[in-house]
Design a protein around this ligand. Structure first.
Ligand code: MN
Length: 426
């Protein structure tokens, strides 16, 4: 379906470094605004440049596609484009691929159009790409669930009885979803640091990151209609990196019996570029074996994993970054198709722009744990940064950066960065 836009031999007339996340094989979608002034536009990325799709649309670049005449690229969010469905997304990506490949002079040789459409990335302010209606966070990494369960209930009871039968999740908060680069304020909240004393209110002392990925719903489903697992991916527009910032001390006190609440809803950071499933298709792989076999309505999602290398870096205020974690999206036990099918199975209508996130993605090794809670094992084994400083949780001024990419032959299909600085509490 992605046509030859995924050909690994393709090269663009735009220079792209081999470690860039945005070669011609990617062509993600986002929303940006020229820093010099102007309106928000739908954009794509190639190398160190941003491509203004509204300008290209005005030049009739998409006349052969379903977006022609829709004005969806003049919108300040991707929602209208996402609602059009896979055929429109795929045709747009193929049209961009053709314009950018090294044997096509249409845009390259049209100096006036090229200078308006192709802007240096540092001249564009990227925005939150989607108006997110609802946000759901799953708990789909077996290693993460096992680590956290071991810490709080012991190794014998690490996984709850339901965990291997359904993708556990909770409804999050969409109002505090922010784009990479926006700072995060250390939350205030109620905690009970001493079980023999009453609870107290004040700044959280255990702010953490969670290494996650999320996907956006394109066309939704009608209320009451389930989505078969085999059709679930047709509802997925694309993926982003997600940092589900968490306050562990607030979480520990508040979470029973209804789950996460204020510990999670103060901020969730996403990366600005949405990478389509078309671009990720060459990196599809089998997920972990599922034993026991899921019930019929969740069966058949086994080839729905993607080989996406993931890293987390932490830079203390004014200092150099240290890599804390190397994980991979393929470790997720429950696939996106299974998460989506389960979500809709009771009749819940998913809507264009909804964000469904994976939960913390931890792997089998100590250095693939996707949260500070696990890496420092509840603070009992603090991490040592390259600067010599120690961390059991995130400190004021720390910048946490998630990154991720698929490694091709001589190129990377990547997500850029998902980054945020922790500011002191008010
Ligand atoms: Mn989470």
């Amino acid at each position: 379906m992605a046509g030859d836009a995924n050909d690994p031999k393709l090269r663009s007339w735009v220079e792209v470094a081999s470690d860039s996340h945005f070669p011609i094989q990617n062509l993600p979608f986002g929303v940006g605004c020229p820093k010099a002034g102007g309106e928000l536009r739908v954009c794509s990325a190639i190398g160190d440049f941003v491509l203004d799709l509204a300008v290209l649309d005005e030049a009739d670049a998409f006349d052969e596609t379903a977006v022609a005449g829709t004005e969806v690229f003049h919108e300040p969010t991707l929602n209208a484009f996402m609602a059009l469905g896979h055929e429109a997304w795929s045709a747009t990506r193929q049209a961009l691929s053709r314009l950018l490949r090294d044997d096509c002079g249409e845009l390259r040789d049209d100096t006036e159009l090229r200078e308006r459409a192709l802007l240096p990335a540092d001249a564009v302010e990227l925005q939150l790409p989607v108006d997110v209606g609802d946000y759901t966070d799953f708990y789909s990494s077996r290693e993460h669930a096992t680590n956290v369960g071991t810490m709080f209930r012991g190794a014998e009871n690490a996984l709850m009885p339901n965990w291997l039968h359904l993708p556990v999740g909770y409804h999050g908060r969409s109002s505090s979803i922010i784009v990479s680069g926006a700072p995060v304020r250390r939350p205030q909240g109620q905690t009970r640091p001493d079980d023999a004393q009453p609870p107290v209110f004040g700044a959280s002392r255990m702010v953490d990151f969670e290494l996650e990925m999320g996907f956006f719903i394109g066309p939704g489903n009608a209320s009451g209609d389930a989505v078969p697992v085999g059709e679930a991916e047709s509802h997925i527009f694309g993926m982003v990196l997600v940092n589900d910032w968490s306050a562990r001390d607030i979480q520990k006190w508040e979470y029973q019996p209804l789950g996460p609440f204020l510990a999670k809803n103060f901020a969730t950071t996403i990366s600005p570029w949405v990478v389509t499933l078309d671009a990720l298709e060459p990196f599809r792989c089998a997920g972990p074996p599922q034993e026991p076999a899921p019930l019929e309505n969740l069966r058949g999602g086994g080839d729905g994993a993607f080989n996406i290398a993931l890293e987390v870096w932490l830079a203390p205020d004014g200092g150099d970054a240290t890599r804390l974690c190397q994980s991979n999206c393929r470790y997720l036990y429950w696939s996106m198709a299974q998460q989506l099918a389960h979500h809709a199975s009771g009749g819940c209508n998913l809507r264009t722009g909804d964000l469904l996130a994976s939960g913390t993605i931890s792997g089998p090794t100590d250095d693939s744990r996707g949260s500070m809670l696990e890496l420092a094992w509840r603070g009992e084994q603090p991490l040592t940064l390259d600067s010599g400083e120690q961390r059991g949780s995130i400190q004021d001024g720390d910048i946490v950066t998630l990154t991720g990419w698929c490694q091709g032959d001589g190129f990377r299909v990547g997500f850029g960065e998902c980054s945020g600085k922790l500011l002191p509490a008010h």
